[in-house]
Write a protein that binds this ligand. Structure first.
Ligand code: ATP
Length: 363
C-alpha cells in the first residue's frame, strides 16, 4: 500500500472555494475518514485524489509520486461508490474479472485474483449470480471486491454504505473495518455520518466550508474538539452549547447567565476564561457528563424540561438552559416531565469552554 499526502490543496469553481488549502497525510495502511456536513468539500477532495477533477493548486502525492498530472487509471487507486456501479448483465465473477481483463492479465491470474477476493469478502457462493439477484449488502461487497482485485495502493470510498438500510449499514461497517485490518489497506473514506467515521477510522478529518477543521484520532476529536463546529458535529446527541458571560477575575472567574444565575468554575477553567480575549464564553457539555437534579443543589443551575425520550436503559432529556437547548441522558429510573424545573450540575473536569467570538476552544 502507500501513503497519501495532500499539500495545500485548493479547488475553486469561479471564486468559490470547494476545497480551501487542505493539507493532510494519510499514512501507509491507515484508514482515514473525511467527514463533514453536505457541501463541505469531502467528495471534491476525494475526487481530486482520484484524478476525476483537476486541482486548482497544491500537490497530491500517492506513495512517492506527485500525481497531479496523472490520469486516474495511472494513479494506482480503486474507488468504491455509493451506487456500486456494477455491470447488471454480468455475473459477479465477470464483474470482478472485468477490470483485470482490461489490464490484459492472463486467464489463470484473473481467476486466482477473483477467487482470492471472493474468499476475503466471503462471497465465493455468489460468483455466478447477477447483481439483481443480490441484496444491497452483497452488491456493496461485490463493489468492494472489484476494488480489491485491482490490488491498488489506495482505496477511495465515497459514502459506500449510504444506500443500505440501517441494520445492514452497521454490519457492513464492521466488514469494511475487517477488510481494512486484514489487508492493512490505505483507505480514504468519505461520509457525512460522524458515527461511521468514529467507529471505523484510525483518524478523521473533519471538514466544514472547504476547510479542514481538525484531523486526529476519533477519541481525541471527541474529547478535545478544537472549535464549536467540531464539538457539535461529533457525538450523538450533539454536545450542548450554551452562550454565557464571564465575570470576575483570576481563580474566582465565573460564568453568568442573562437569567441571573452563576456557574462557579474550577481553578483550571477559571484560568482558561481569564486568558480568553472575549467575555462571551460558550459552555459545552456532552449529555453523559451533566447531572440532573430534581431539586436545587449547590453548584447546579436551573433549567426547564422541554422533551423526554425514553430509549430503554437510558432516557434522553432536552431542557432549556438560559435560552439554549441542552441534551442530558439519565437512567430510565429517573422520571421527569415536560415543563418541570430541574437543576443541572456540570462536571468541571469534562466541560468544554469556547470563545464566543472566535468559536475556538479555550486553552
Ligand atoms: P455531500 O455530502 O453533499 O456530497 P460534500 O462535502 O461531498 O457534500 P462536495 O461535493 O465536495 O461536498 O461539494 C463541495 C462544494 O462544492 C459544494 O458547495 C458544491 O455545491 C460545490 N461544487 C461541487 N462540484 C461543483 C461544480 N462542478 N461546480 C460548482 N460547484 C461545485
Amino acid at each position: 500500500m502507500a501513503h497519501v499526502v495532500l499539500k495545500d490543496l485548493v479547488k475553486t469553481y469561479g471564486s468559490f472555494h470547494a476545497v480551501n488549502h487542505v493539507s493532510l497525510t494519510v499514512n501507509d495502511g491507515e484508514f482515514v475518514a473525511l467527514v463533514g456536513p453536505s457541501g463541505c468539500g469531502k467528495t471534491t477532495t476525494l475526487n481530486l485524489v482520484a484524478g476525476l477533477i483537476p486541482v486548482t493548486s497544491g500537490e497530491i502525492m500517492i506513495g512517492d509520486r506527485i500525481v497531479n498530472d496523472l490520469d486516474p487509471k495511472d494513479r494506482d487507486i480503486a474507488m468504491v461508490f455509493q451506487n456500486y456501479a456494477l455491470y447488471p448483465q454480468k455475473s459477479v465473477y465477470k464483474n470482478l474479472a472485468f477490470p483485470l481483463q482490461m489490464r490484459k492479465l492472463s486467464k489463470e491470474e484473473i481467476d486466482r485474483k477473483v477467487r482470492d477476493a471472493a474468499r476475503v469478502l466471503d462471497m465465493t457462493h455468489l460468483l455466478e449470480r447477477k447483481p439483481r439477484e443480490l441484496s444491497g449488502g452483497q452488491q456493496q461487497r461485490v463493489a468492494l471486491g472489484r476494488a480489491l482485485v485491482r490490488d491498488p495502493a489506495v482505496f477511495l470510498m465515497d459514502e459506500p454504505l449510504s444506500n443500505l438500510d440501517a441494520k445492514l449499514r452497521v454490519q457492513m461497517r464492521s466488514e469494511i473495518k475487517r477488510f481494512h485490518q486484514d489487508l492493512n489497506a490505505t483507505i480514504i473514506y468519505v461520509t457525512h455520518d460522524q458515527l461511521e467515521a468514529v467507529t471505523m477510522a484510525d483518524r478523521m478529518a473533519v471538514m466544514n466550508g472547504g476547510f479542514l477543521q481538525q484531523y486526529d484520532a476519533p477519541a481525541e476529536v471527541f474529547a478535545n474538539p478544537v472549535n464549536m463546529f467540531v464539538a457539535s458535529f461529533v457525538g450523538s446527541p450533539a454536545m450542548s452549547l450554551v452562550p454565557l458571560e464571564a465575570s470576575g477575575a483570576g481563580d474566582s472567574a465565573v460564568l453568568t447567565s442573562a437569567e441571573g444565575w452563576t456557574l462557579p468554575l474550577s481553578a483550571e477553567n477559571a484560568r482558561k476564561v481569564e486568558r480568553a480575549t472575549s467575555r462571551k464564553i460558550v459552555l459545552g457539555a456532552r449529555h453523559s457528563t451533566i447531572r440532573l437534579h430534581k431539586s436545587a443543589t449547590p453548584g447546579a443551575v436551573p433549567a426547564k424540561v422541554y422533551t423526554v425520550e425514553p430509549t430503554g436503559d437510558i432516557t434522553f432529556v432536552q431542557a432549556f438552559l438560559s435560552g439554549s437547548i441542552v441534551n442530558i441522558s439519565v437512567p430510565a429510573s429517573v422520571h421527569v416531565a415536560p415543563d418541570e424545573m430541574i437543576f443541572l450540575e456540570f462536571d468541571q473536569g469534562r466541560i468544554h469552554l469556547f470563545d464566543g467570538e472566535t468559536e475556538m476552544a479555550l486553552k
